[in-house]
Write a protein that binds this ligand. Structure first.
Ligand code: FAD
Length: 306
């Protein structure tokens, strides 16, 4: 199967996690994905670690995509972060609102309220950073000023089963339209377990005027703990049959079951012609490689090793 793919990593919190991320970075660089995205802790808590992973990807020639959230950060602070990422050479972002901080956390006096505002801020910071480009004039020892073409690509989140705050009228789709109007060029979905959830969502979004590519996010549930945690984060019900199988399996069998589940989901999604798939890897590169082999996107011999 010819399939475009990308991966998600999260920044490590300790030495052991750091080694796992380094191994995943090396493996993913060798696979030449569309991009590798790196998550961002709410309120900027991981920005330094996120940037380290993004820099490693950039140095290795991969296309890094930086997640950025704006809730809980002042507008100036958010703009400074955007600038810092741009200065480091990052040109792809996943602009997110983030979840509101827990009660008791002191909030900044001004803060962006939505992902669509962050999409605009990223573009504004980039255009203020490099306001114009010089064009060489052919045959002359001269150049002229030209207006810059968009130098950043900003993706946004989409929710096949609705955002928890979206209500029955699906305000998440209006929010997605606002993000598109603000300049987002792609949407990546929250994880889901039923391929028809994706198909129905794409149909609904297209019906309301969303035209940007909507890339399905696919989790690889290689343990019951991981499945439960992913379902909680996404606000999804637990797929009972899969949960029961993972619960009874040995650790090694659970990995195989998780890979098979992701392969089956991607196989079923293929009927709905997704533009690509984005794999939530939990920083484990081997299951992600096995999934891509399982769907025929990689030769069976691929090791992913550098
Ligand atoms: P928005 O689209 O701005 O808003 C969320 C929802 O609020 C909308 O769908 C809509 O229902 C409602 N809403 C927004 N604006 C309005 C309005 N004006 N009027 C009415 N309703 C409105 N979180 C992190 O902290 N770090 C990450 O790295 C991270 N990565 C993610 C990656 C993906 C692919 C996804 C799907 C989610 C990720 N999240 C991450 C979680 C995300 O931050 C939360 O789901 C957050 O609650 C919503 O963010 P958003 O960008 O979709 O927000």
């Amino acid at each position: 199967m010819s399939l475009r793919y990308s991966f998600e990593l999260f920044p490590p919190r300790d030495e052991a996690a750091s080694r796992r991320v380094d191994a995943a970075v090396d493996a993913f660089i060798a696979l030449e994905p569309e991009f590798v995205s790196v998550t961002f802790g709410a309120g900027g808590s991981t920005s330094r670690h996120s940037l380290t992973v993004l820099q490693r990807l950039l140095d290795g020639g991969a296309n890094p995509m930086a997640h950025l959230t704006c809730t809980g950060l002042g507008v100036d602070e958010t703009a400074r972060l955007v600038r810092q990422f741009l200065d480091a050479g990052i040109t792809r972002f996943l602009a997110l609102r983030g979840d509101p901080p827990q009660a008791g956390v002191r909030l900044p006096t001004t803060s962006l309220q939505s992902a669509s505002e962050l999409v605009q801020l990223i573009q504004r910071v980039e255009s203020e950073r490099v306001p114009y480009a010089e064009l060489r004039l052919p045959g002359l020892r001269a150049s002229s000023l030209s207006e810059r073409r968009a130098a950043v690509d900003v993706a946004v989140a989409a929710f096949p089963n609705g955002h928890p705050g979206a209500g029955v009228h699906r305000s998440d789709i209006d929010a997605l339209l606002a993000k598109q109007a603000a300049g987002a060029t792609m949407a990546i979905t929250q994880l889901f377990f039923d391929p028809y959830d994706y198909a129905r969502f794409v149909e609904l979004a297209r019906g309301r005027g969303v035209t940007i590519p909507i890339v399905p996010g696919v989790a690889i549930p290689t343990s019951l703990r991981r499945l439960v945690r992913s379902a909680e984060l996404a606000g999804e019900g637990l797929p009972r049959v899969l949960a029961d199988r993972l619960e009874l399996a040995s650790a090694a069998d659970a990995v195989r079951i998780g890979v098979d589940a992701a392969v089956a989901l991607i196989g079923a999604l293929a009927e709905h012609d997704p533009p690509a798939v984005h794999l939530y890897t939990f920083n484990d590169h081997q299951p992600a490689i096995d999934v891509l082999r399982g769907v025929g996107a990689l030769p069976l011999t691929t090791t992913g090793a550098p």
